[in-house]
Ligand binder design. Structure first.
Ligand SMILES: [Zn+2]
Length: 156
């Protein structure tokens, strides 16, 4: 399964597994810190990326720093990124599958980042989190109940 979507991803030159893997960690960090959902919309590119969250306000400078610190702490643990397959029924009990395409088939691919994050995903990822580099939020803004976080990665 997912051969088509992987080819689509590979043909997109802007797609960046480091950025996309950072997105997984950022999402889990947001869920843990604020009890919000994972980003409902995002734009992932090599130079900079953005993730949108259903939220009720903008973040403070202190919170931005806490998020940067937490995401980088996870990256520095050099956690192993692995895929696991679940049947759709198993996956439904554990994960929110609302963002999964309807034609995804009966096997659901879940990407696990150590014990930190697990999320159904058909994208391309790093194999160890240290490959991501250093994570930094560029800016945030809040409008119409949507918090937008823009971030970049700094390598060496
Ligand atoms: Zn992914």
């Amino acid at each position: 399964m997912n051969t088509n979507s992987e080819n689509d991803i590979k043909s997109n030159k802007q797609y960046n597994p480091q950025m996309h893997s950072a997105e997984h960690i950022l999402n889990q960090t947001m869920v843990r810190m604020f009890n919000c959902g994972r980003s409902f919309s995002n734009h992932i590119e090599k130079k900079k990326s953005k993730c949108d969250y259903n939220f009720d306000r903008n973040l403070t400078e202190e919170e931005i720093q806490l998020i940067n610190n937490k995401v980088n702490e996870v990256i520095q643990q050099d956690l192993i990124v692995q895929e696991e397959f679940y049947t759709k029924n198993e996956a439904q009990e554990k994960f929110n599958l609302s963002r999964l395409p309807d034609d995804a088939g009966d096997k659901v691919r879940v990407i696990k980042i150590g014990d930190y994050d697990a999320c159904p995903c058909s994208g391309l990822h790093v194999t160890h989190t240290k490959e991501i580099g250093s994570f930094k939020i560029i800016s945030t803004d809040f409008k119409d109940e949507v918090l937008r976080i823009r971030f970049k990665l700094i390598n060496e």
